[in-house]
Write a protein that binds this ligand. Structure first.
Ligand SMILES: [Ca+2]
Ligand SMILES: [Ca+2]
Length: 222
């Protein structure tokens, strides 16, 4: 009986850690939103790494956040993170947002950028034009950084699961140039007139990014 109780305890601890990998409020999934290292580490369990890690962890820190990826985490070139959100309620539209961190000396001339993947669709974002006037070194190596920014996506979608990919598209090591992310929110909706194409745009949290960063001006929202 004692052994059974121990097995039950282990199972419940495992199950608890599994279900706490993200949380759901209404029709919204919140993922990678924990602010502590231990909390984010638990949330990162379900994220699969392709391309390898430089060290033992998927997590780094930047601008006083812990994040998935970032400085010296992925083995470049072209490592990426994947997870699948399953069990989604019936819907025809997904609103998706993620906070992105650009770190160190990304090279516009080398087409350094990051990309998001939804199902089999990949959207490339922000070929990063380094102008030499970035505000300050805030994480990673001595190269300077722009502040983290949000990316917002509206996606026509009906399946009950969504494979998601976050790609870093860099040609040099991730201790030289990298990208990380956190604070994913995924909301399912049923619209009378659902979108027919994916749309996306980024907004900053106070610092105007160079317009060359993306297809949307900083004062544009979706
Ligand atoms: Ca590069
Ligand atoms: Ca830096």
């Amino acid at each position: 009986m004692k052994n059974f109780a121990i097995v039950l305890l282990i199972f419940s601890l495992y199950f608890h850690s599994y279900i706490s990998a993200y949380h759901i409020v209404g029709n919204t999934i919140y993922d990678l939103e924990e602010t502590s290292l231990s909390g984010l580490t638990t949330e990162a369990i379900d994220w699969i790494v392709t391309g390898g890690l430089n060290g033992a962890t998927k997590i780094s820190s930047c601008w006083e956040y812990y994040l998935l990826g970032g400085y010296n985490v992925l083995t470049n070139p072209q490592g990426y993170f994947t997870r699948t959100y399953s069990g989604l309620p019936a819907h025809n539209t997904i609103y998706f947002s993620v906070r992105v961190f650009q770190i160190d000396s990304c090279d516009y001339a080398e087409n350094d950028h990051f990309a998001l993947g939804f199902d089999t669709l990949t959207i490339s974002l922000w070929s990063i034009r380094r102008l030499g006037i970035w505000p300050q070194p805030s994480c990673g190596g001595s190269w300077t950084e722009n502040p983290p920014f949000m990316v917002y996506v509206t996606l026509p979608h009906t399946a009950n699961s969504l494979p998601f990919h976050f790609y870093s598209k860099f040609n040099q090591n991730s201790n030289d140039e990298s990208v990380g992310f956190r604070d994913i929110a995924l909301t399912t909706a049923n619209l009378a007139t659902p979108p027919t194409n994916i749309s996306y745009c980024g907004v900053t949290t106070g610092f105007p990014l160079d317009d060359n960063w993306g297809p949307c001006r900083t004062d544009q929202y979706m």
